[in-house]
Design a protein around this ligand. Structure first.
Ligand code: CAA
Length: 292
């Protein structure tokens, strides 16, 4: 099956990045947000990112304009009626996701593949909210989407070979490398990443080392581009906590248990870069070691 038109549900950090890479790869791209304000903010984020790509010499100005010309915004899922593939990147709430998939199933023609960008919720929960569980899979992009080369695909018990192969060809056409996981909370990347991030917080909480030394240790000791606490600030402490809680619920293993410090920082509103404060206080001009 040929994919020509892609719908993206949500134009937040992930949705806007996904829409950008689809449009850059030549696909007619529709992106849906809940209201015009959110849509406008998301579209501005796409424009800024495309501009950065031009400034970094990754994209010609004409390609930027062509990509922008391929993206259209909407506040209604009804505008996805002719999409060949829809990628859901809405809020990480299982009920909202199930409802969105039920609606997409009603609106989209039977050929349309429905994918979720969830970072942790088992995909079968979305697949069974539709009448086409064979055409549902996980497509988990990494943040920042235009830069990170991976998409983690999640195959459920019901995903067909044809759906997986069509989606694989599509992901490759975006210039990404595809890995495939079975449908288990955390998939491959977060199953490994979240315990590592939680251990870094526990180390800080126990006063074992300073935040800078934990970060520099992993950056210079293992060539990670960012240390774990900087990465936590980048991903969002709330997002990390949410994923850790899902993993703990599923596996009941201490390595997935969120540290008290992480939970308290989320309660305090220290969510990382997006609120100006996380493990580093960006509002007060602090720079994590990765950007020094
Ligand atoms: N479009 C295209 N390319 C862009 C771009 C854009 N908008 N913005 C930057 N780039 C390119 C740059 O040109 C540069 O390319 P070269 O290496 O070829 O020169 C590259 O991207 C890196 O950009 P910068 O130099 O601006 O930034 P940096 O070197 O400081 O790296 C970073 C920034 C990519 C975020 C890096 O620090 C990094 O990889 N951090 C780790 C990110 C990570 O781990 N992400 C996954 C999080 S986990 C997740 O997402 C899953 C989940 O569910 C929680």
């Amino acid at each position: 099956m040929d994919i020509r038109t892609v719908g993206v549900v949500g134009c937040g950090l992930m949705g806007s990045g996904i829409a950008e890479v689809c449009a850059r790869a030549g696909y007619a791209t529709r992106v849906r947000e809940l209201n015009p304000d959110l849509l406008h903010t998301g579209q501005q984020r796409i424009e800024r990112s495309l501009q950065t790509a031009v400034e970094r010499g990754k994209l010609e100005a004409a390609e930027r304009d062509a990509a922008l010309g391929r993206i259209s915004g909407t506040t209604s899922l009804d505008d996805f009626a002719d999409c060949d593939l829809v990628i859901e990147a809405a809020t990480e709430n299982p009920q909202i996701k199930r409802q969105t998939f039920t609606e997409l199933d009603r609106i989209c023609p039977p050929r349309t593949i429905l994918a979720s960008n969830t970072s942790s919720i088992p995909i079968i929960q979305m697949a069974t909210a539709t009448q086409r569980p064979d055409k549902v899979l996980g497509m988990h992009f990494m943040n920042p989407v235009p830069v990170m080369r991976l998409i983690e695909y999640v195959r459920t018990l019901t995903t067909s070979d044809e759906t997986l192969e069509t989606a694989r060809a599509f992901g490759t056409s975006l210039g990404k490398r595809i890995i495939v996981s079975k449908d288990r909370a955390g998939f491959i990347v977060n199953f490994l990443l979240i315990p590592y991030l939680c251990e870094a917080v526990r180390m800080l909480e126990q006063g074992f080392a300073s935040r800078e030394d934990i970060d520099v240790g992993m950056m210079l000791g293992t060539s990670y581009p960012m240390g774990p606490l900087t990465l936590l600030d980048y991903v969002g402490l709330d997002t990390t906590l949410f994923i850790a809680d899902i993993l703990f619920d599923e596996f009941k293993e201490p390595r997935f248990a969120a540290p008290t410090l992480l939970r308290q920082m989320v309660t305090a509103g220290y969510l990382g870069r997006k609120t100006g404060r996380g493990f580093y206080d960006y509002g007060a001009g602090e720079q994590p070691p990765a950007s020094r």
